[in-house]
Write a protein that binds this ligand. Sequence first.
Ligand code: NAI
Ligand code: MG
Length: 500
Amino acid sequence: MTAPIDGSKFLDPRVAAFVSGRHAMLIGGQWLPAASGRTLDVLDPSSGKVIGAVPAGEAADVDLAVKVARKAFSGPWSSMVPAERAKLIWRLADLIEQHGDMLGPVNSYECGKPIGDSRNGEVPFTAETFRYYAGWATKLNGESMTINAPGDWHAYTRREPVGVVGQIIPWNFPLAMLAWKVAPALATGCTIVLKPAEQTPIGALYFGKLVEEAGFPEGVVNIVTGFGEAAGAAMSGHPDIDKIAFTGSTEVGKMIARAATGNLKKVSLELGGKAPTIVLADADVEMAVAGASSAAFFNAGQSCGAGTRFFVHRKIYDKVMAGVAERAEKLRLGPGLDPASELGPVVSQQQMERITRLICEGKSSGAEIVTGGGRAGDTGYFVKPTIISNTTRDMSVIREEIFGPVACAMPFDDEDLDALARDANDTEYGLAASIWTNNLGAAHRLAAKIKSGTVWINCHNFNDVTMPFGGFKQSGWGRELGAQALDLYTQTKTVAIRLP
Ligand code: NAI
Ligand code: MG
């Protein structure tokens, strides 16, 4: 399980040249440096080495991007018929697919995730998201109402775009998270200022090239790279941004919601999670073992839906634990670009330190490490896949989102669904949950009792463009994907006419 150090032998020279090349921000159809001239370094998390640099955009750059986005919103974009918008979005999806051999490795290189997950998972999902919303562009209809007042009336609604939207995205699924936000915003006719995470801006800039190639009018999609505290904060407080969409930590989500009160911009938030993985006594053990392992370790646990609290019936607890531990120990850690790697590094030193601190806190408060338990190797940001048992409800490993390949496991004796739901719901988060069972009645009853935006049954981390995704409780506001995402980017106008 020792982490190999060097992924560079798997690096395609074209990918290396793009990543290390000179980067600029896409603002109003031009490629610009930051007004300050400053840049920020991008690292390879498997080695900790600098692999590129992008402009460190700040408030002045955000201002300019908002200005051109506003101009584009009231300009050619607003007069373009929906079918033309749909064509452009579809063309963008085609380009994403055609450029998969660049986008896939660029994404894997800067984020650390296994190349297969990026090239054959995230990239096609990104293209599919654009295609799905291309279809919606021509289907945004209002309705007409039957009026109760005496006389002759005609009343109807129109669904109008919200306007200029700011989209702040995280580093864990840099391309998919971008697509979940950009695609519905384009379909509804909004214009965009996009800020990728500072750890993974280069894939987003590559995407910017494809936006240009697809032929969108200038200023419709603008990309400002920069730190959250500077560019991100400037966006959330900006008086001429009509809406912010954010995916990231609950802490920053709250800051954005506060900053948005200035002009009461609309806000949608997809925040942290602490998903339970609930395995009932009758579950198919082999399936549950594979599912629970993937729930905890997929994307090195850096997924808001990650299954990080296992509740397993005591009758099969030892079997499930042994199975998950065996899988964890066999996982091959390595740089994302190495096709043999099954588990990549976590994204940054800061994340690695946070994960290992939480594991240590668990240990010192009496939890037991079943497998893993800390950093792997001494190069890059690898963390051993870790399972923790003997936890109690007040421990930080149980309460906080760890965002690493770490899960805590607890047995239960009684299949009392109310008690199970109470324990599963004992968290401030409510993003997702999974239930493993063949008992249809128990599955649906428990699904209804779980307080989370998604409940998976006999699967985990299953997302589809058609299925709304978002959080209950402190996991966020609003739903992305599916038809519901269109509500985030449109507002309803009522028109009432007294017929003469
Ligand atoms: P973060 O929430 O700070 O970063 C996410 C995005 O927000 C990035 O684009 C960042 O530049 C931006 N941002 C940061 N501070 C901002 C501010 N003051 N105003 C506006 N935008 C700001 O997340 P971070 O620090 O990278 O990770 C910390 C923890 O957050 C993780 O351990 C994990 O628990 C959680 N997280 C959850 C994600 C999810 O998918 N729900 C994704 C990333 C992180
Ligand atoms: Mg942060």
